[in-house]
Design a binder for this molecule. Structure first.
Ligand SMILES: Nc1nc2c(ncn2[C@@H]2O[C@H](COP(=O)(O)OP(=O)(O)O)[C@@H](O)[C@H]2O)c(=O)[nH]1
Ligand SMILES: [Mg+2]
Length: 308
């Protein structure tokens, strides 16, 4: 990973071209983060089959000679049930207000429902250029794809739409061309080598949480926050210490597992991803701590770095 901490600088001489922020908007699980990883050819965003994998805003920068697309990944659009949900809805709103263009991402393998309705209406009321991407066409039937298309057209009108499969990068160039064509012209906002403005340790925390989502069942993974306690990088290795905050004492026992089997598995899976991120050997220590009902407390949510 290179240049993760670069911020926009007015002094640098970067090219001009089609440049703008693109908000990824969709209900949970439609493949927003998968799409971001796919276009950047990097595992930047946590992905899982469970809803609400993405909790924070994440910038992904795709530069070529004459364009810079600034993707803003965000939580999925949902009805808020706790304070963490409310914080995530606020994140979606901030991402929308920063956006030059809204990319609605729909998953046709599930019939359009209340959340798709929220997505389409929110996009329509934003007063910004909107493009529709119907994702997962590798597994959806043509009828499902058409039904989703009609649903969004009903709210958004004849907005440009593309049929893609985020897991198949060869399906993405027409969508990217459509986005570029719709963006304003101006100077690049980031060094063309930059991939993100999110620092490595925050990406690392998300990759550890991805391992948690993959391995734990039901409500437990949703009640876990990952806090990086220390991140010491030297030439040969990266030493990381992270705390998994759980909501209840019983959850702590589940996360540790019988004879520590679960926490060991989490560490093995997380290390695989972290090695890729850091490009070197990773020593990961994981701790489990009970932070009662943290999802109901804005202060703790902020402490866990989830307000973005
Ligand atoms: N078959 C298939 N699965 C996909 C595609 N895009 C995403 N997924 C899967 O859908 C699930 C949710 O993806 P994710 O990117 O986390 O969705 P998000 O919540 O919208 O960010 C994961 O299991 C992905 O592997 C796709 O194009 N085809
Ligand atoms: Mg996501």
């Amino acid at each position: 990973m290179s240049e993760t901490e670069t911020t926009p600088s007015p002094d640098a001489v970067w090219p001009s071209g089609k440049v703008g922020y693109v908000a990824l908007l969709g209900r949970p699980n439609t493949g927003k983060s998968t799409l971001l990883n796919s276009v950047l050819h990097t595992h930047l965003a946590a992905v899982s089959a469970k809803p609400q994998t993405t909790r924070r805003r994440l910038l992904g920068v795709l530069s070529d000679d004459d364009s810079q697309i600034l993707f803003l990944d965000a939580p999925g659009v949902h009805v808020a049930k706790d304070i963490l949900d409310e914080v995530m809805v606020e994140t979606i709103e901030r991402v929308l207000s920063d956006a030059d263009l809204i990319l609605c991402i729909a998953d046709p393998t599930r019939a359009p429902g209340q959340e798709d309705s929220l997505v389409a209406k929110r996009a329509a009321s934003a007063g910004k250029t909107t493009i529709l991407a119907i994702n997962k066409t590798d597994i959806a039937t043509p009828e499902q794809v058409e039904a989703m298309h009609q649903f969004y057209r009903g709210v958004l009108g004849s907005t440009p739409s593309f049929r893609v499969a985020a897991v198949k990068p060869e399906t993405l160039p027409p969508l990217l061309a459509g986005i570029r064509a719709a963006l304003p012209t101006g100077p690049f906002l980031y060094d063309p080598e930059t991939l993100t403005d999110t620092i490595e340790r925050d990406i690392g925390a998300e990759l550890i949480r991805e391992a948690v989502l993959e391995n734990l069942r039901q409500e437990i993974p949703h009640g876990i926050a990952v806090a990086i306690e220390s991140w010491n990088d030297n030439e040969k290795r990266c030493r990381i210490s992270a705390v998994l905050h759980v909501e209840r004492e019983q959850h702590k026992a589940i996360v540790i597992g019988k004879d520590g089997a679960m926490i060991k598995q989490l560490r093995i899976d997380a290390v695989k991803q972290l090695v890729e991120l850091c490009g070197k050997r990773v020593d990961l220590r994981l701790w489990v701590k009970v932070s009662p009902d943290w999802r109901q407390h804005r202060r703790q949510i902020q402490e866990f770095n989830l307000i973005s």
